[in-house]
Design a protein around this ligand. Structure first.
Ligand SMILES: *Cc1c(COP(=O)(O)O)cnc(C)c1O
Length: 381
């Protein structure tokens, strides 16, 4: 059977290397004859909890399901207001809306600081507010610590969308573990990719039990337990979903987790190289500046173009040289489905109109960074 043809960019936006060890780990699962959630999932959860320092980790089929599960376990519902960023992947807001709760969009901190601004969040807190969702844009901790303090002050839950932030530590503590619960993504373009996958972490054992229950139809026993003869029947005690992940993806996640810190370290080096080279390109500002006392996942590298630059033309000039770029993100408050959530978000609008995401992946070379920056400088000249 021929390999699937993957488009060939000279410098793709993101790329993933699957090693022979990864493939062997996946093949082992298929040889074992047990494919759906079972012992590999448990092993992956334990390794993930150990890596992040979380008390509990619950593996799920993707990060959207992880966020949805958190929203359900938190008991969000109609009449509740949840303050969320608009400058995020739409799933952050959708996961709230699935429960009947209302996402209330807040603005980001600055043109090179595309994370939730605590002052904007504070201004949107009402007696109906139940939670704040933070999103670690590009793997940057942003104002997560301040948002945790703000949530505490108002008796709100802090929920973390840490889809970009696997491996980010602030003061030694992993992003995703500052709040009531955190969600991670293992989608193809994320730092730890298995194709589709996600994880929830939390510290409270009762919350973990609730997450596990709702992950699998609200059923009191698992197929794996019944298969092993550890359980005979089951009851259904809550309206759950099927958000389970299969064994092959957990085996791949386990295999890849072992080298994540090395890969993130490579991203850090490339991030530094980008910043050095961009300091010589007038008008272009790199976002997401590194911070003291933090290790960053460097999921994205984004730049803000000069006001008035023709962004489409710049992106086309790069594409003509085989360089893939992207936009993170078209803001959620501008989508038709959120038309009713009218929001005045000037910084989000400015950032989403002027920012471009440049290629970033662990095995990108410094020469490729030079190619990208030279092309960008040429396009703006
Ligand atoms: C990728 C992503 C998600 C959704 O993750 P999936 O695993 O694709 O469901 C949610 N939030 C953010 C910020 C993301 O980047």
């Amino acid at each position: 059977m021929a390999a699937v043809a993957v488009p060939r960019w000279r410098v793709p936006l993101a790329d993933v290397v699957v090693t022979e060890a990864d493939i062997a780990a996946v093949a082992d699962v298929y040889r074992s004859g047990w494919l759906s959630q079972g012992p590999r999932a448990k092993e992956f959860e334990e390794a993930f909890a150990q890596y992040t320092g979380a008390e509990h980790a619950v593996a799920v089929t993707n990060c959207t399901a992880a966020l949805h599960l958190i929203s359900m376990a938190a008991g969000l519902g109609a009449g509740d207001e949840i303050v969320v960023p608009s400058l995020t992947f739409v799933a952050t807001a959708n996961a709230i809306a699935y429960t009947g709760a209302t996402p209330v969009f807040a603005d980001v901190a600055g043109l090179t600081e595309p994370w939730l601004d605590p002052a904007s969040v504070r201004a949107r807190i009402t007696p109906r507010t139940k939670a704040i969702v933070s999103m670690a844009y590009g793997g940057h901790p942003g104002e997560t610590a301040a948002l945790a303090a703000l949530a505490d002050e108002h008796g709100l839950l802090l929920l973390e969308d840490a889809a970009h932030a696997l491996g980010t530590r602030l003061g030694g503590r992993h992003l995703g573990t500052f709040g009531w619960a955190g969600a991670y993504s293992f989608f193809s373009n994320k730092n730890l990719s298995v194709g589709e996958g996600g994880m929830v972490v939390c510290s409270d054992p009762d919350v973990a039990a609730r997450l596990r229950l709702l992950r699998s139809h609200g059923m009191t026993t698992l197929s794996w337990d019944r298969h092993r003869g550890h359980a005979a029947g089951y009851d259904v005690v809550a309206m759950g979903h099927n958000f389970r992940i299969d064994e092959a993806r957990c085996a791949l996640g386990l295999s890849r987790l072992a080298r994540l810190d090395d890969e993130n370290g490579r991203r850090a080096l490339l991030d530094r190289r980008y910043r050095e080279l961009l300091s010589g390109v007038p008008g272009v500002e790199a976002a997401l500046a590194p911070v003291a006392d933090a290790t960053l996942a460097h999921h994205l590298f984004t730049v803000v173009l000069p006001a008035g630059a023709d962004r489409d033309a710049v992106r086309q000039a790069l594409a003509d040289q085989g360089i893939q770029t992207s936009l993170h993100y078209p803001p959620a408050h501008r989508f038709q489905v959120y038309a009713e959530a009218a929001a005045d978000l000037p910084v989000t609008d400015a950032y989403s109109a002027r920012a471009v995401t440049l290629p970033m992946y662990a095995h990108m070379t410094e020469e490729q960074v030079e190619i990208v920056v030279a092309a960008l400088a040429g396009a703006l000249a």
